[in-house]
Write a protein that binds this ligand. Structure first.
Ligand code: ZN
Length: 194
């Protein structure tokens, strides 16, 4: 990491916007472990903010949130995308996995969060969608810690990604996260206005 550079916490990565060249040089990536012993790489401030969110959920709501996917390199994303295609077909893969180079997970600022239920970490798409009521509680606390729900329900036509109750994006500004959330807009729509 180059100490003189700061990451652009508002970077937009989606189907139309590829990860900027050299973005990865601007982020400080650390290695962390979740409660079930999986290790992940993640941008440092994103992790610190997640851990504060996690603590509040655990203490106030009895919800144990655990990281299930974070930073992915472009080759990682190729593997994920191909696995989805193999398992579920191209349509499903295009709905739930971005094309390599176009995943927000390349930024280190995006987190997928599963929930611990009776000692088991729920991390499948179907399992998490069934626990949407718990994710709604999580989502209500995101802005306070500088996160937004990145792929909200009802915005599929704009984000080009299906509703993902588990995918949160760190933008390093609780005030802006609150503004985006309160306006009921997705990150693409924020960028259109900006
Ligand atoms: Zn994700």
């Amino acid at each position: 990491m180059n100490e003189s550079k700061k990451p652009d916490y508002l970077v937009l990565v989606n189907e139309d916007n590829r990860l900027p060249e050299n973005f990865e040089d601007t982020i400080e990536i650390i290695t962390v472990e979740n409660a079930v012993g999986n290790t992940y790489q993640i941008e440092k401030k994103t992790y610190e903010a997640f851990m504060r969110l996690r603590e509040e959920l655990l203490e106030n709501d009895g919800i144990q949130a655990e990281l299930i996917s974070v930073y992915r390199t472009i080759p990682d994303q190729e593997a994920t995308f191909n696995r989805y295609v193999e398992k579920f077909g191209m349509d499903y893969a295009r709905t739930y996995a971005a094309l390599p180079g176009h995943s927000e997970h390349h930024t280190g600022l995006a987190i997928d969060v599963g929930v611990m239920i009776d000692g088991k970490l729920i991390r499948t798409i179907e399992g998490m969608l069934e626990l949407d009521h718990l994710f709604k509680i999580m989502q209500s606390k995101l802005p306070k810690y500088g996160f937004i729900l990145r792929y909200p329900k009802g915005k599929e036509a704009v984000t080009k990604i299906g509703y993902e109750c588990w995918h949160f994006r760190y933008i390093d500004s609780p005030a802006l996260a609150k503004e985006i959330t309160d306006q009921g807009i997705c990150f693409e729509e924020y960028w259109e206005k900006a």
